[in-house]
Design a protein around this ligand. Structure first.
Ligand code: ADP
Ligand code: MG
Length: 753
């Protein structure tokens, strides 16, 4: 039997395979199209929106091209064969007393058996015109039961007829008010097929036990799970699905936060080696030699991290702060503290350029006194074999206490003597598995991840909800700041030319200039740079002078600049991800040494690159980059004693989203404000929804941009519950849910985006 759970235990229905319910073919199709396998999968495939059949429209003056719903009576039906093609047309005329309308059906002569003259019903469809006659082609309709006048023997025939009409009206109104769910669909799987399958699944579901404790439901005004699922899919009226959707959305936020907090609780229980600070140790010597004071935010972050390293449980902390806010210094102090008890630290950087730079700057910052005790080593996959072997040995023996590297650090051959701390720079460039691989090389090492992309609070709560967060908002004193201007090249061609003159002037003053291009050469984008690609295909793509206009490329820009008479004698070099690592490194070093005046690069220079003498940046086709990317890019200039200037060249039209993004970046230097603006300007789902698993977005009803308050509130509710009942003994359903959540990898997908 198919029906409601004879002998089934509560919630068992959710796990049922769909093939026995909707049929093998539909089940296969659902799996292929949406990765839907079980009843649960299907019932959590929520309608994207709802359309109302609409108000009842009188049949006079019908608007052509619009969807209408009419209450009418069948006048007559006529069937004829088509002249050109094989087949038949059924033409049914209906009337509501004010006018008539034709319904046409192709090759559906069987409908004539229902659409009998005199039958009343409700008809919905799009009005079209054919040879001067208004019609609905293949409308949806529902015919009313024929009311038996005889059923009410006390009433006269006339009264019965009126009553019957009233009943019809009421039924019609209910029908017209009933929202039609519109599902995310494909051509093979139109919304109504899904609707039907969902209906079957709901009917077959059987008893539902709500994992959410009643006390929380009542306090939050949340519908129970069973009714929520019923009403989100089969609402009778608009208020139904609204309430059901709000209820399901609360559940989603709550369950997510519960899972994140539970994970944080469990990792906090793990045991790891405490790495306390020793007075008179490496850290004290380092601090004593430091040529500047830490900023307040740096001090606070250092204190928190220092205390956490000393605890016998692993630290999991995210350190966020603007480019140049001195995160690396905070990380270095953590590494020194770890080294004091003999522990090693591994710093993972996303690119060779960055790893090499971190390595150099760490060695320099440590100075000739401390560096020999610390023995920093660099490990990348492109190193010569002999050098690499030496580095591996130094890591395995524990001789080297700080290791800086790229993905090469994750390799099988890399073993640590005592890995105590992992620092992940620009964490968004790494997947969770990669961090996990590195973590496995130690015994519950402490983990510090860093990001220069300010993360709005709600995003942090969602994507990094299992981490503690430290924020550095203050920049070190004496920063000159960066002025940013948008340069609309089509509207103001003279301004664009002026930008190049200005760059030459800057070089004339002994400074250096970055030029950033979205492409490497004509037709080649920066490889492996997901963000650049995202920028290119993002909302701006259509705005930038059409798809035919080639993107500014490093190759072409280098050629153009070298050919300029006023650039004669200026050394212009290109830098892109397609170059060999030693080539890249050579160019970066030459730029850092001031030998190159103008560096034309792709986004390889985006993160962390530090050349204080560079004072100006020109970004070509700036609309191809995202807000946070532009903000990161411009952080390359104004790092020294000279104020920075950043010119964002764009062909995007005024008023376009692409242009708005650029103007937002020009308008403020506050990365946190920009992150919020970014969140608003980005399309729905872009922020976390990019992490797709099995074709499904990781979040269903939650949009971090919109539901910040709900997310924060749900987190409080979840925290309160976990505090009262850490192992959820009083809520076994939630416990099961957490287990499932952990197995699904859902949380990992969130953080990966
Ligand atoms: P981030 O990694 O956050 O982008 P860095 O740690 O690379 O920033 O710091 C940028 C520059 O600022 C470095 O040259 C660093 O030595 C310097 N710096 C860091 N903290 C301070 C401070 N408190 N006062 C002055 N300079 C600082
Ligand atoms: Mg940095």
């Amino acid at each position: 039997m198919n029906g409601a759970g004879h002998g089934t235990r509560p919630n068992e229905g959710f796990e049922r395979n769909l093939s026995s319910i909707v049929g093998g073919r539909t089940a296969k199709g659902l799996e292929r199209a949406f990765g839907i396998v079980t009843v649960r999968d299907l019932l959590y495939h929520f309608p994207r929106r709802y359309s109302n059949r609409g108000e009842l429209t009188p049949l006079v003056g019908l608007p052509v091209g619009e969807h209408i719903t009419v209450l009418a009576q069948v006048l007559d039906a006529r069937e004829r064969t088509m002249q050109r093609k094989r087949g038949s047309i059924l033409e049914v005329r209906i009337t509501d007393g004010t006018g008539t309308l034709a319904l046409t059906f192709f090759n559906q002569r069987w409908r004539a058996a229902h659409l009998l003259p005199g039958r009343r019903g409700i008809f919905a469809g799009k009005v079209s015109e054919y040879r001067g006659q208004l019609q609905l082609q293949h409308p949806d309709y529902e015919l009313f039961e024929e009311h038996e006048a005889a059923a009410d023997p006390s009433a006269g025939a006339e009264v019965s007829a009126r009553k019957s009409e009233d009943l019809d009206r009421a039924a019609a109104r209910a029908y017209a008010e009933r929202p039609v769910p519109i599902y995310p669909a494909t051509a093979q799987f139109p919304s109504w097929t899904i609707e039907k399958a969902v209906g079957l699944a709901l009917d077959a579901l059987g008893p539902v036990e709500d994992p959410l404790p009643r006390s929380i439901r009542e306090r939050e005004g949340v519908f129970a799970l069973g009714p929520s699922l019923e009403l989100i899919h089969r609402p009778e009226r608009t208020a139904d699905w609204r309430k059901a959707r709000d209820s399901m959305r609360f559940r989603e936020a709550f369950e997510l936060q519960l899972a994140l907090l539970d994970r944080r609780r469990r990792t906090g229980l793990a045991e790891s080696t405490p790495r306390p600070q020793r007075s008179g140790g490496l850290l004290d010597r380092f601090d004593a030699a430091l040529p500047f004071e830490l900023t307040g935010d740096q001090r606070e972050a250092c204190a928190t991290i220092g205390a956490e390293l000393a605890r016998p449980h692993p630290m999991h902390r995210l350190l966020q702060g603007e480019v140049g806010s001195g995160k690396t210094l905070v990380a270095l102090r953590a590494m020194l503290q770890t080294a004091e008890s003999g522990g090693q630290s591994a710093m993972l950087a996303p690119t060779e350029v960055l790893a090499a730079q971190h390595y150099r700057s760490i060695t320099e910052t440590l100075g000739p006194d401390l560096a020999p005790e610390f023995v920093p080593v660099l490990l990348t996959s492109k190193m010569p074999a002999a050098e690499r072997r030496r580095a591996l040995l130094s890591i395995a023996s524990g001789n080297s206490r700080v290791v800086v590297g790229t993905h090469a650090l994750l390799g099988d051959k890399v073993t640590f003597y005592d890995l105590g701390l992992i620092v992940v720079d620009e964490q968004h460039r790494f997947g969770v598995e990669q961090r996990e691989t590195l973590r496995q090389k130690g015994a519950q090492p402490h983990v510090l991840t860093m990001t220069a992309t300010p993360i709005p609070r709600t995003v942090a709560l969602t994507a990094f909800g299992d981490l503690e967060v430290s924020t550095i908002r203050e920049l070190p004193p004496g920063r000159q700041g960066i002025e940013t201007f948008a340069v609309p090249v089509l509207e103001r061609p003279k301004w664009a030319e002026r930008a190049w003159l200005r760059a030459a002037e800057e070089v004339g003053k002994g400074r250096q200039v970055y030029v950033v291009c979205p492409a490497i050469s004509a037709g080649a984008r920066e490889d492996g740079d997901a963000e650049a690609t995202e920028g290119a295909e993002g909302p701006g793509a259509a705005d930038a002078g059409g798809p035919d206009r080639p993107l500014a490329s490093v190759e072409q820009t280098v050629a153009e600049l070298r050919a300029r008479p006023d650039y004669a004698g200026l050394r212009v070099e290109g830098l892109s991800g397609s170059m060999r690592p030693e080539q890249k490194d050579a160019v970066m070093q030459a730029f850092a040494a001031g030998e190159i005046a103008i560096l034309v690069a792709t986004t390889v220079i985006e993160v962390g690159v530090n050349v204080p003498n560079a004072s100006m940046m020109i970004v070509r086709d700036a609309d191809r980059f995202g807000i946070s990317q532009l903000h990161q890019l411009r952080g390359r200039v104004g790092r020294g004693e000279h104020p920075g200037l950043c010119l964002l060249l764009t062909a995007a039209e005024q008023g376009s989203v692409a242009r708005e993004r650029i103007e937002a970046v020009a308008a403020t230097g506050d990365g946190f404000a920009l992150a919020e603006a970014d969140l608003e300007l980005r399309r729905e789902g872009d922020i976390l929804g990019t992490a797709q698993s099995g074709g499904r977005s990781t979040l269903r009803l939650l949009r971090v941009a919109e539901h910040g308050e709900l997310i924060a509130h749900a987190r409080e509710v979840a925290a309160e519950l976990l505090e009262q009942d850490p192992t959820l003994e009083g809520a076994p359903g939630l416990w099961d849910l957490l287990r499932r959540e952990n197995e699904s990898g859902h949380l990992e997908n969130l953080a990966k985006s």
